[in-house]
Ligand binder design. Sequence first.
Ligand SMILES: NC(=O)c1ccc[n+]([C@@H]2O[C@H](COP(=O)([O-])OP(=O)(O)OC[C@H]3O[C@@H](n4cnc5c(N)ncnc54)[C@H](O)[C@@H]3O)[C@@H](O)[C@H]2O)c1
Length: 262
Amino acid sequence: MNRLEGKRVVITGAGSGIGRASAQRMAREGAAVLVVGRSAGNTEETVALVRAEGGRAAAMVADATAEASVEAMVARCVKEFGGLDVFFANAATPGTNTPLLEQSVDEWNDVWRVNTISCFLAVKHAGRHMTQQGSGSIILTSSAASLRANAGAVSYSASKAAVNSLVQTAANAFTGTGVRVNAILPGLVETQMTRKVFEQARERGVEARIGHMTPMKRAGRPEEIAAMAALLASDDSSFVTGQWYAVDGGVSSTHPHGRIAL
Ligand SMILES: NC(=O)c1ccc[n+]([C@@H]2O[C@H](COP(=O)([O-])OP(=O)(O)OC[C@H]3O[C@@H](n4cnc5c(N)ncnc54)[C@H](O)[C@@H]3O)[C@@H](O)[C@H]2O)c1
């Protein structure tokens, strides 16, 4: 499938997990991908995986929360691939599990700085380029934790709810420009960020219970989030903006208890 042929894409947090799977998926569909991460080893590894399948990618080590770095990502993508069509702002931090009443302002700020400023800067700098160009797709990774409690730290949930709001305000700020802004809200997916949850469940022999409250009765895979990212990157979503898409096995559709048997 060459749905993304000719698209020039930046993905942050692409040295692992959902970002890496998205780089592979988008490259497989024909995109050229700038793989942005914090460590050279991880980003190079993603690029090698893409190239091993015949895809086009380049690595960049940069901080998604630093304005000059985000400007540089846009410039590098334009220089390397000749333009920028898609910016997938996917980097984030889960924060700490410090109880709410003991949470410090510094801990709170750390999570908000990474999770909201990275998205704000993506919208600002990709948006600046794309509005001049008259087209583009900006995708932000939010979380099912933005919708309900108990799927992450308090600061994390609140920061992702801010990302949801940014999607709506940015999509409207770009009215008439041809630039789309949407969010993906993953449910629980095994990545570096959630590894501990899975490892602990395996150690306790309760792995099968992971995701058992969701209609799909399982956790997600990075590739399943990447599939939604590829859709939002493509022209198949050309009339879609200002929206949030939960890719969570249906968990955000349910109350926690009381499933009615068929
Ligand atoms: N895994 C899940 O269950 C889950 C659920 C909901 C949402 N998410 C979201 O999915 C996205 C991807 O996370 P993941 O699950 O693939 O975990 P991950 O830890 O594999 O990926 C996150 C990446 O972001 C990078 N990163 C963090 N801060 C950065 C910064 N300042 N600059 C550049 N890169 C930075 C990390 O190095 C890491 O590679 C995140 O936005 C996360 O909040 C994940």
